[in-house]
Design a protein around this ligand. Structure first.
Ligand SMILES: *Cc1c(COP(=O)(O)O)cnc(C)c1O
Length: 423
């Protein structure tokens, strides 16, 4: 393999002949972040082309966020969020409810994307339980990803990551990705057994940046709604303008009953999860009967510093200059995809908002050497890229400069040249 490697210099690649795998070089000690750049101990810079696992929207080291969270830390760093409340949590809830698609009227705070999904699932299941209605099954899409906790693993695709836990995961009915003209794949009468349908709207992230038809999804959601199946939109990755609109569900007619948010919620600065729901769901928990309570709470629920980070991030996102940056990335991505047409080694080039993705032609999966080679190829060119198997994608912080974006594109053209030359 190394003889044929894409990686030029000795990039400290470790080739394991027994497992047929390359491992990444030792972790890069990062000391600073600035806009779309991460900077290591040696002063070497890396363009954060995948937004630090999709969390970063406003750029690293944003001075306004730093200032606001420092002030909040001095004022009130944290307090229990049961029988107590505080302004940052209230303000953030009000602010989110103004912009969330549909008729969500309540906000439940948790810690991250996985917990926001756990909360959504538990909420949906208990909604029916509290009413004494036997709806217990869950619908999900094939190839989805919803997190690494047990509930979220249960509703996600099964893979090498979930294999050891499979006996412990609950059963879910998977639907294929909605496609235009494709009829709803289940007998509609059977929908009465289902508590909820969870989906990543418009694009499946960890599943390989798989984009699918909004109208087709809409039609299936209408069918589910007709039979009172609760609709859970996992917007953990898609939220906060990733898809061009503020939320992916803004592209849909049929709005969800429950929405999960995290990742971009704080702009990429602090962990925070939100599960929003409609009044109908909230009311199913209102009772003098304690058994109907939603018994779910994390120690750091509604952490005020994280809430302030989210509020500040929303301020930044809604400025005309950020909105302009988002449009600019979308336009530049389109031009980039045009150029990729010239490379027969790249397939299925696609774009949704600020996300551009394509496959490198090869027989490969997440653990194959190709994935690691691709990672190193970009790393050598100062670009931090985390391929999903043979899927490459560019999902930058919105503040990425034109020159930085160009460097990511150029690295991709160089990869194309190299691959074609190899073939
Ligand atoms: C990342 C992700 C999650 C899990 O979020 P964590 O904060 O990593 O727990 C859930 N759903 C989707 C769609 C995601 O992309």
């Amino acid at each position: 393999m190394p003889a044929q490697s894409l990686v030029e210099r000795d990039a400290k690649v470790i080739w394991h002949p027994d497992t047929q795998m390359l491992t990444e070089p030792a972790p890069i000690p990062v000391v600073r972040g600035e806009g779309a750049l991460l900077i290591d101990e040696q002063g070497q810079t890396y363009i954060d082309a995948n937004a630090s696992w999709w969390v970063n929207t406003i750029g690293h080291g944003h001075p306004l966020v730093a200032e606001k969270i420092a002030a909040q830390a001095r004022q009130l760093e944290h307090c229990i969020f049961a029988c107590l409340t505080h302004e940052p949590a209230v303000q953030l809830a009000e602010r989110l409810l103004q912009v969330l698609p549909g008729t969500c009227s309540r906000i439940f705070y948790s810690d991250d994307g996985s917990t926001s999904v756990e909360v959504a699932l538990k909420m949906a299941i208990q909604y029916w339980h509290n009413q004494g209605i036997p709806r217990t099954k869950i619908l999900a899409l094939e190839g989805g990803y919803h997190g690494d906790t047990f509930g979220s693993m249960s509703v996600g695709a099964k893979s090498v990551f979930t294999a050891p836990f499979e006996p412990y995961l609950f059963e879910v009915t998977y639907l294929p990705l909605p496609e235009a003209e494709k009829p709803f794949p289940l007998d509609e009468a059977s929908l009465q057994q289902y508590a909820a349908f969870i989906f990543e709207p418009l694009i499946q992230g960890a599943g390989g940046m798989r984009m699918y038809d909004a109208a087709a999804l809409d039609a299936w959601l209408q069918t589910c709604r007709k039979h009172d199946v609760l609709l859970i939109a996992d917007e953990v990755m898609t939220g906060f303008y990733r898809t061009g609109k503020m939320f992916a569900c803004d592209y849909l007619q049929c709005k969800p009953d429950i929405i999960c948010l995290s990742k971009g919620l704080t702009g990429g600065t602090l962990p925070l999860g939100v599960t929003a729901c409609t009044e109908k769901i909230y009311e199913a928990f209102l009772s003098r009967d304690k058994r109907k309570t939603f018994f779910h709470g994390h120690s750091y629920t509604a952490n005020p510093i994280a809430c302030v980070a989210a509020l500040t991030s929303l301020d930044i996102l809604q400025t005309t200059s950020t909105q302009h940056q988002i449009r600019r990335i979308m336009t530049r991505h389109q031009e980039f995809l045009q150029k990729l047409q010239a490379y027969s080694c790249f397939r299925n080039a696609r774009c949704l908002g600020t996300i551009a993705a394509f496959e490198v032609l090869s027989e490969s999966n997440y653990t194959s050497p190709l994935r690691d080679e691709l990672y190193l190829f970009y790393l050598e060119r100062g670009v931090l890229m985390r391929p999903l198997g043979n899927t490459l994608y560019i999902m930058p912080p919105y503040c990425i400069t034109d020159a930085q974006l160009q460097r990511v594109y150029e690295a991709t053209y160089a990869l194309g040249d190299k691959l074609l030359q190899k073939a």
